[in-house]
Structures are given as structure tokens and as C-alpha cells.
Design a protein around this ligand. Structure first.
Ligand code: NI
Length: 161
């Protein structure tokens, strides 16, 4: 495993649409592991491949709870319900955070690190994380949809992703 270099807002790569992963080969598994290592090193709760300059549909999430590390390629939201507005931050946008409205609950499908199709229910902060990371795969950043900036105090509560 290795740390990858993060890209920051202003880099055009972050605005591109990532391609699906056709085959979960060694190289893709290494990418998933590098994403996890980089996320942990940056104290983030999520990271998407375009943030390290790879335009492939691969994400990692770890909310620091019992769910543990999620490594997924080709994630897709198949259903969602409810609404929540929470403060988001992004490892690619240091020093900024803001309120974004997301679904409260969703079902995500994808392929896990073992190459197995998986379906997950996500609620609350985990649902936010999936939306945030899948946005990255479509070239979208939280600042595009944020309703307002968060204050410094509120900022203390958020994690980058
Ligand atoms: Ni992000």
C-alpha cells in the first residue's frame, strides 16, 4: 500500500466524470487499499479515486463506527428517502465546510474489494458520506450544492471526505 497525492479544488480532474471499473484486477484492489491508507493518513471519513487523480468509480468510507472500512467500486444509489441537512467538509477543499441537504436514508449497490456485488443500507452520516463520494465520481463537489458556509465553531464537528 502507498499514500497517494491528493488533488485540491481548482484541479480540473476533480470536475471530470469517472469511468466504471470493468475488472477488479490487482491494480484496482491496490487503488482501493491506497485510497483507504490515504484517507486514514488525512483523518478523513471518505475518499474517492478522482481525489487522487484516478478517474475510476472507486470509493472508500470509514465513519469510525462498527461498520468499519467500506471499499467499493461502481457504487450506485438505487433508492433514497427523507432529507437531512448537515455540515460537510472535503479533503480536497481544506479550510471550508458548509451545509448540504442530502437524503436521510439510502440503498447503495456496488462491488466490494472481493469482487462481490453488495447492497448496503445507509442512514444519517453514512448516507451523507456515500452521496459525497459518489458526487466526486461525477465531478461534483459539496460547495456546488451547499446552502451556506458553516462557521468555524460548526466546522470543528465535521470531517473531510
Ligand atoms: Ni470530498
Amino acid at each position: 500500500m502507498a499514500l497517494r497525492k491528493l488533488l485540491y479544488v481548482g484541479d480540473e480532474t476533480l470536475r471530470k466524470v469517472s469511468r466504471p471499473v470493468d475488472v477488479l484486477n490487482k491494480r484496482m484492489i491496490m487503488l482501493l487499499d491506497d485510497l483507504a491508507e490515504t484517507m486514514y493518513a488525512e483523518n478523513g471519513v471518505g475518499l474517492a479515486a478522482p481525489q487522487v487523480g484516478v478517474l475510476r468509480r472507486a470509493i472508500v468510507i470509514d465513519m469510525g463506527d462498527d461498520t468499519g472500512l467500506i471499499q467499493m467500486v461502481n457504487p450506485e444509489i438505487v433508492s433514497s428517502e427523507g432529507e437531512q441537512e448537515t455540515v460537510e467538509g472535503c479533503l480536497s477543499i481544506p479550510g471550508r465546510s458548509g451545509y448540504v441537504v442530502r437524503p436521510q436514508r439510502l440503498v447503495v449497490r456496488g462491488i466490494n474489494r472481493g469482487g462481490k456485488p453488495v447492497e448496503m443500507e445507509a442512514e444519517g452520516a453514512l448516507a451523507v458520506a456515500f452521496c459525497h463520494e459518489i458526487d466526486h465520481l461525477n465531478g461534483a463537489l459539496f460547495i456546488d450544492s451547499m446552502t451556506r458556509e458553516a462557521s468555524d465553531e460548526e466546522d470543528n464537528e465535521k470531517d473531510g471526505a
